[in-house]
Design a protein around this ligand. Structure first.
Ligand code: GLU
Ligand code: MG
Length: 434
C-alpha cells in the first residue's frame, strides 16, 4: 500500500493545546507560501475540546503561516511513520500579523525589548511531568530505583530531544511517585517557547510509542505533588553578550535585569491566567508546595515567585539567571514568555526599582509587613486570577482589547465546563488533556 508523509501545521491555542491541519509533506513549499486557512474561533476551542463561547462565531479567516525553522520530525524508528509537525504564526488574509496570535505577541514583545533597550530574553522552560510506566509506590523520590524502572524511556526521550535540536541537559526521577523532570538549554525569544512546545510533544510521543502516557497536569490530586514549569531567564545584548550579571549590583543583577525583574514582580498577580492557566493550577500555587504563592523575589528559595538562581560553572556572567516559578504546562508557552517579556519591558520603560528580596517565608509575615514590602498573595483560583488580569490596565495595553477579551472568554468557558466537579474530578479531566 502506498503511504505519503503528512506534516501537521500547528498552532498552540488559548487553552494551551497544540492543534493543526495537515498536508502531504512534499507539498510543504506551496503551503509555506500560501498558508493554511483557519477560523479565528479555532483559538477558542477550550482545553477540553469544546467551543463554548467565541467573539468571532463562525465568521472570519486567518492564515497559519508555517515557520520553516520549526520543522520537527520525531522518528522513533518504529514501523509507524515518523511524526512530522511545523509551528505556525497566524496572519490576516492581507499578510499582516493577527493581533490575537500568541506567537506574534511574544515576537512583538521581543522586538520592542530589542528596539528600545538592545536586549533579548534568553530562556529555558524546565518541565516536570508524570510517566505511567513506573510503579507509583516504594518511596522512590529521586531514586535510582525509579530511574531503573523507567526502562529506556528517558534515554529515548533525551536522544529524540537531541535529534530535533532541543538540547536536553538533565534527566531525573523527581519527588513525586511516577514524576520525572528533564531540562533543556536556553534559547533566544520565540525559539525558547518553540522548544517548550516541541519538548512537551516529544515527551508525549515517546511515552505513547511505549504504550504509556506522560502527563503535565499541574497537579495529580488534592494535596499531591505538582508538575511545575519553571522558566529560567536572563538578558543578552544583540551581539549575544550576557547582560544580566553585575558583581557589584544588588543580588548580582545588572541594572537592566533589575528593572526587568521589578516589572514582572509588579504584574505577577495579573499575569497568572497566562502562566498558570487551568482551574487546578491554583491547587499547586499554595504556600509550602515548593511552587510559588507570593509575588516575591528571593535568593535561592524554591518557593519564591522569582528565584535568583545560584551561579554555576566558571562563567557567572553566562550562567546567572532568574527563575519564574508560577507557571505550568496548562499555559501556552508563547503567552508565558510573552507575559514575562512584556512585564519586564514595562519595568524597564518605567525604570521600576528592584524590591528587596524576602529572606523568610512570606506566608509567615504579618499583613502590615506584607503590605510594607509591596508583596501580594497570588490569586488563589483561576476565577480570581481572571479578575486580577481584567483589572490590569497594563496587561490590557500589552495585549490589546480583542486579544485580552478573547483569552479571558476562553478561560471563563473552561471554568463553565468544570462546574459541579470536585477537585479530583477536575484533575481527571486535565490529566486527560495535558
Ligand atoms: N514540583 C514543584 C512545583 O510544582 C517544584 C519542585 C522543584 O523545585 O523542582 O513547582
Ligand atoms: Mg523540579
Amino acid at each position: 500500500m502506498r503511504t505519503r508523509d503528512v506534516t501537521l501545521a500547528c498552532i498552540t491555542d488559548y487553552g494551551g493545546r497544540v492543534r493543526g491541519k495537515g498536508y502531504p509533506t512534499d507539498d510543504a513549499a506551496s503551503f509555506a507560501r500560501k498558508g493554511i486557512g483557519l477560523a479565528p474561533t479555532n483559538l477558542m476551542i477550550t482545553t477540553f475540546g469544546d467551543i463554548v463561547d467565541s467573539p468571532w462565531g463562525s465568521r472570519g479567516e486567518l492564515l497559519m503561516m508555517p515557520d520553516p525553522t520549526t520543522e520537527t520530525v520525531i522518528d522513533l524508528g518504529l514501523e509507524k511513520a515518523a511524526e512530522r509537525f511545523i509551528l505556525c504564526n497566524l496572519d490576516k488574509l492581507d499578510g499582516s500579523p493577527w493581533e490575537g496570535c500568541p506567537r506574534h505577541w511574544l515576537r512583538r514583545g521581543c522586538e520592542a525589548l530589542e528596539a528600545e533597550f538592545g536586549l533579548r530574553p534568553f530562556a529555558a522552560f524546565e518541565h516536570e511531568f508524570h510517566y505511567s510506566g513506573v510503579s507509583e509506590d516504594g518511596g522512590n523520590a529521586y531514586g535510582l530505583e525509579a530511574f531503573r524502572q523507567q526502562g529506556n524511556f528517558l534515554q529515548e526521550l533525551v536522544g529524540t530531544l537531541t535529534d530535533i535540536g532541543v538540547e536536553p541537559e538533565m534527566a531525573m526521577p523527581e519527588y513525586g511517585p511516577g514524576q520525572f523532570e528533564v531540562t533543556n538549554a536556553p534559547a533566544i525569544g520565540v525559539a525558547a517557547a518553540d522548544r517548550a512546545v516541541k519538548f512537551r510533544e516529544v515527551v508525549r510521543s515517546v511515552a505513547h510509542a511505549r504504550g504509556e502516557r506522560a502527563t503535565f497536569s499541574p497537579v495529580m490530586g488534592v494535596g499531591k505533588v505538582g508538575n511545575g514549569v519553571h522558566v529560567h531567564f536572563s538578558l543578552q545584548s544583540t551581539d549575544g553578550e550576557p547582560a544580566s550579571f553585575d558583581a557589584s549590583g544588588r543580588y548580582n543583577m545588572s541594572a537592566p535585569l533589575g528593572r526587568f525583574v521589578a516589572g514582572i514582580l509588579k504584574h505577577m498577580p495579573a499575569i497568572l491566567p497566562l502562566t498558570a492557566a487551568s482551574a487546578i493550577s491554583y491547587e499547586r500555587l499554595q504556600p509550602h508546595r515548593w511552587s510559588a504563592s507570593y509575588n516575591n523575589l528571593s535568593v535561592q528559595d524554591r518557593e519564591a515567585g522569582l528565584r535568583i538562581c545560584p551561579l554555576s560553572g566558571d562563567n557567572p556572567e553566562k550562567s546567572f539567571n532568574v527563575e519564574y516559578r508560577a507557571a505550568d504546562a496548562s499555559a501556552n508557552p508563547y503567552l508565558v514568555l510573552g507575559a514575562l517579556v512584556w512585564c519586564g519591558l514595562d519595568g524597564m520603560r518605567n525604570a521600576l526599582p528592584l524590591p528587596e528580596a524576602t529572606e523568610s517565608d512570606p506566608d509567615a509575615l504579618d499583613a502590615t509587613e506584607i503590605a510594607a514590602r509591596g508583596l501580594q498573595r497570588l490569586p488563589t483560583s483561576l476565577n480570581a486570577a481572571i479578575e486580577a488580569m481584567e483589572a490590569s490596565e497594563a496587561i490590557l495595553s500589552f495585549m490589546g482589547q480583542e486579544f485580552r477579551d478573547a483569552y479571558l472568554m476562553n478561560k471563563r468557558s473552561e471554568l463553565k465546563l468544570l462546574e459541579g466537579l470536585d477537585l479530583d474530578q477536575q484533575v481527571a479531566k486535565y490529566v486527560a488533556c495535558f
